[in-house]
Design a protein around this ligand. Structure first.
Ligand code: HEM
Length: 537
């Protein structure tokens, strides 16, 4: 049970070896933290000066709430108040916990709002707007994944990013929470070992449940973490699940789904990114095996992957001569090295060299020379995944900067009271909401349109939506950085998410099809489909 102290009692603790501060009515013993407290003008001195009293205001102006999520539990020693207050506070906390997902209902409320209701900080259906796409099962997934991400991911995101590595044990936790299985598209139930988020049956876990999982995870505001956890898995495993032999599936899928093994998709080469048909990595047929030679570049998770789903040339030049092979770490001739990129640091972006790698024929994924079809199959879900992440990152930029604009004053006014700042928010919001609405309608199509016509009908609009989402992300990261000013130019602290996201924009605008290629593809396909469907042009 929590302890309670009066203000007079707290005021006695102002020494370097006995230092308490009050923040939001809670008392923190920061004696052991003084030397670790950062600050340009002496982090220890600042804290000592604030000791023995209520420092809520100063705390809120210098920190993001995640600081207390991370350090609070260890430093918290009690609450301010008398024994009577104590009982009341405990009861209030309990009832707050029970209702935590519900915001107080007012006369404007029409449903059940979720989240902290920062305007446009969450999709509209969270913020008490009607939507035809979601039901109780989606609300369950949303609630569970949000709690998991806030406890297990968000407090550590900055540390992992700086370390350029996610600790191994995190993957197991993420797998057990059902998140890994949620990011691989439609997964046959036999491969799902852990309970899916919200306890939803595998057969009923639909594309909107998957959207929610990825969207909620992306609230951490780090492409390095989203890609570090599931970037390779989400695109490297589906070819094995959908086209691989039983032998390959049994060998690869269980380990990857449990977070003990890692897989990546290796398509891009030093000489070509979006020009997949021109890939050069060669797999020579040697009778009982293939001999693989070539190089792959910018391969997400390649640094720590155990398996590599590799697009190789097995036949004629162009689209028709590509196959997918599964290569395994430990096969002689495979070298991976970490690339030094602007962003997405913990995602293990690799340069990979294959030198005379002997690959058994049993490691062919699907049929020989059908690789391009599998790549195309993968692209639509990969691109939708990028849209989900990029748009949530753009939303994070809105959320973070709108909160900041409510505490930072310039020229005697809060930032949010300056029309020039509100104008920035307006342009960010209209783009994020338009992108989200387009995303939802595309996801709805992917659930209902016959699978065989999806590549033709949906490929173009998904490509356009990908470009829309990354340009929105770029716009919002820039505007949020302007609102944060210097705080978004330094790593860590209040501008932490915005600073990182600003560096990560290109990691979404280029891979999975660059904006230029996406825009062109979108129009080319629209014209082709239009002609097929009798458009009078
Ligand atoms: C439980 C108490 C506290 C904890 C755990 C804490 C933690 C931190 C951390 C982790 C940072 C690094 C930046 C960030 O991540 O936001 C920071 C920065 C800072 N803190 Fe605290 N802090 C506490 C209380 C206070 C109080 C009471 C004050 C002022 C009276 C204060 C003043 C500052 C300042 C000025 C910075 C910015 C330093 C800079 O940008 O150079 N902190 N604090």
């Amino acid at each position: 049970m929590s302890k309670f102290y009066t203000l007079e009692e707290v005021a006695k603790h102002t020494a370097a070896n006995d230092c308490w501060v009050i923040i939001e009515n809670k008392i923190y013993d920061v004696s052991g933290f003084l030397d670790d407290h950062p600050g340009i003008s002496g982090g220890k001195k600042v804290l000592l000066k604030a000791s023995g009293k209520d420092a809520t205001k100063q705390f809120q102006s210098f920190h993001s709430p995640s600081v207390l999520q991370k350090f609070g539990p260890e430093l918290l020693i009690g609450h301010v108040g008398t024994a009577e207050d104590a009982q009341l506070a405990i009861e209030e906390e309990r009832s707050n916990e029970e209702e935590s997902e519900e915001i107080e209902r007012g006369p404007l409320t029409v449903g059940i709002p979720f989240g902290d209701m920062v305007p446009f900080g969450d999709p509209m259906w969270y913020q008490d707007w009607y939507s035809p796409f979601y039901n109780e099962s989606h609300r369950k997934v949303r609630k569970e994944v949000r709690a998991f991400v806030e406890k297990e991911i968000m407090p550590f995101t900055h540390v992992w990013d700086e370390a350029k590595k996610i600790p191994a044990e995190v993957f197991g936790k993420v797998a057990k929470a059902g998140l890994l299985a949620s990011c691989c598209g439609v997964v046959p139930p036999e491969f799902i070992t852990f309970r899916l988020p919200g306890g939803i049956e595998p057969e009923k876990f639909d594309a909107f449940h998957r959207l929610i999982v990825m969207d909620e995870l992306s609230r951490c505001g780090s492409g390095g973490v989203t890609w570090g956890l599931m970037g390779g898995l989400g695109i490297g495993l589906p070819p094995v699940i959908h086209f691989g032999s039983k032998y390959l599936q049994e060998k690869v899928v269980p380990g990857c789904m449990s977070g003990e093994k890692f897989i990546c998709l290796a398509i891009t080469e030093p000489s070509g990114g979006s020009d997949v048909a021109g890939l050069q990595t060669e797999a020579k047929d040697m009778g009982d095996h293939y001999l693989v030679n070539g190089e792959k570049k910018w391969i997400t998770n390649g640094v720590f992957a155990d398996y590599f789903t590799v697009a190789c040339r097995t036949g004629e030049p162009g689209f028709g001569g590509i196959s997918f092979l599964l290569l395994e770490r430990g096969m002689p001739g495979i070298t991976t090295r970490q690339m030094n990129c602007s962003g997405v640091w913990p995602s293990g972006t690799a340069y990979i060299t294959f030198e005379d790698v002997k690959v058994p024929k049993a490691n062919l994924i699907g049929q020989e020379n059908k690789g391009f079809k599998y790549i195309m199959y993968n692209f639509n879900s990969e691109r939708l995944g990028i849209v989900v992440q990029a748009n949530r990152f753009a939303r994070v930029c809105i959320e973070e900067s709108l909160k900041y604009a409510h505490k930072r004053k310039t020229f005697g006014k809060l930032l949010v009271d300056h029309p020039v700042i509100r104008n920035k928010f307006a342009h960010m919001i209209r783009q994020v909401e338009a992108t989200h609405a387009w995303l939802e309608i595309l996801i709805y199509q992917s659930m209902h349109m016959p699978e065989e016509i999806q590549p033709i009908r949906l490929g173009g609009p998904i490509a356009l939506c990908k470009a829309q989402s990354t340009q929105t992300f770029e716009y919002c990261a820039r505007e949020a950085a302007q609102i944060f000013g210097g705080l978004a130019y330094t790593r860590g602290g209040q501008g932490e998410k915005v600073e990182r996201l600003y560096r990560e924009v290109r990691a979404f605008a280029i891979p999975g099809g660059s904006e230029e290629i996406m825009l062109d593809l979108g129009v080319r396909q629209a014209v082709k489909v239009g002609a097929f469907m009798g458009a009078k042009m």
